[in-house]
Design a binder for this molecule. Structure first.
Ligand code: UDP
Length: 313
């Protein structure tokens, strides 16, 4: 019952470590901290079943002792982050995945890949189901993330079919919650940072592009169920409640007094116009669906960010 979580100091990785520890696992978290932060794991200091190692999983990955599960969550995930670290993003999706798979193979462990709705690119169908092959620009700015995750999925399937490795692939749709990095470039942390610092909220394009936001606890529940399922092909996990980014900004701005203004800025290249998960597969094979209402999740998240903002002052 020892799990290795790559990207363990990240937003999702750290919540996953918490859940695994709660379920009785020993956890080794690995992170090179380019976008993760040790403070996300600070509350686990002194927990005898938890260990953290600062290392880059794109380099060689040798871990002593038994390992029962390797969960590969390491990667920059915010568009500005992967644009800032394009090569590191491609390395962790390719070499990092290869190293994590080899570790699982060497230890006789199961393997879990954190993939993404970005595999669908700027989709021509909505909602997106798992059989859709996607619409990705292979040389656009987002390709460093999209294509390395698509490669990671292909590599994971190859280890499953060729080596018989017990593998799982989740396609994660937009997720939010405590431990996102304030101002990390994604819509929610940007809007909240702007609201807290008295700046206008920046909407890219006309704000009519859509996203569907899943609260982190729901996502982690989906991950935990998929870890134990007999399913090797990708499974979408996300909240199907779709809204425009303008509506989303409105939902956030009404939490602040005075409510911040909204300004419009150019839409980044290849920004997907629609994104909404088809979760019928997750419902069918995992009995999973999201439970946390947007207002409820926002309340917890905004309280976390208010605290974070205060501590930076
Ligand atoms: N977005 C925005 N203003 C911001 C940050 C993002 O309008 O300050 C838009 C972005 O162009 C995209 C959507 O919000 O259409 C979600 O962006 P995010 O970076 O959160 O994630 P994505 O779903 O694009 O990976």
């Amino acid at each position: 019952m020892r799990a290795v979580v790559t990207g363990g100091a990240g937003f999702l990785g750290s919540h996953l470590c918490d859940r695994l520890l709660k379920e009785g696992w020993e956890v080794l978290a690995l992170d090179n901290l380019i976008t993760g932060a040790e403070k996300n794991l600070a509350h686990l200091k002194g927990n005898g079943r938890f260990e953290f190692l600062k290392l880059d999983v794109s380099e060689a990955l040798h871990i002593a002792g038994e390992v029962g599960y390797v969960l590969h969550f390491a990667s920059p995930a915010s568009p500005p982050d992967y644009l800032k670290h394009p090569i590191a993003t491609m390395k962790v999706g390719s070499l990092g995945t290869l190293n994590a798979l080899d570790l699982a193979l060497a230890k006789g462990a199961k393997f879990f890949l954190a993939s993404t709705s970005e595999c669908y690119g700027d989709p021509e169908i909505s909602p997106q189901h798992e059989e859709y092959w996607g619409h990705v620009n292979p040389v656009g700015p987002r390709s460093v993330y999209d294509e390395s995750k698509r490669f990671a999925e292909a590599l994971t399937m190859a280890y499953h079919t060729h080596h018989g490795l017990d593998t799982h692939i989740i396609r994660i749709f937009n997720t939010y919650g405590p431990r996102m990095r304030l101002n990390d470039g994604r819509a929610l942390p940007n809007f909240v940072y702007q609201a807290l610092s008295g700046k206008p909220l920046t909407i890219f394009g006309d704000g009519q592009q859509t996203r569907s936001f899943c609260y982190v606890d729901d996502l982690i529940e989906g991950i935990y169920r998929l870890m134990h399922a007999n399913e090797h092909f990708p499974v979408n996990i996300g909240n199907p409640l779709e809204m425009t980014i303008l509506e989303f900004a409105e939902r956030i701005r009404k939490h602040y007094r005075p409510a911040p203004e909204i300004v419009f800025e150019p839409l980044p290249q290849d920004d997907p116009k629609r994104r909404r998960p088809d979760i019928s597969k997750a419902k069918r094979i995992l009995g999973w669906e999201p439970k946390v209402e947007l207002e409820e999740g926002l309340k917890t998240t905004l309280a976390y960010f208010a605290q974070e903002y205060k501590s930076t002052k």
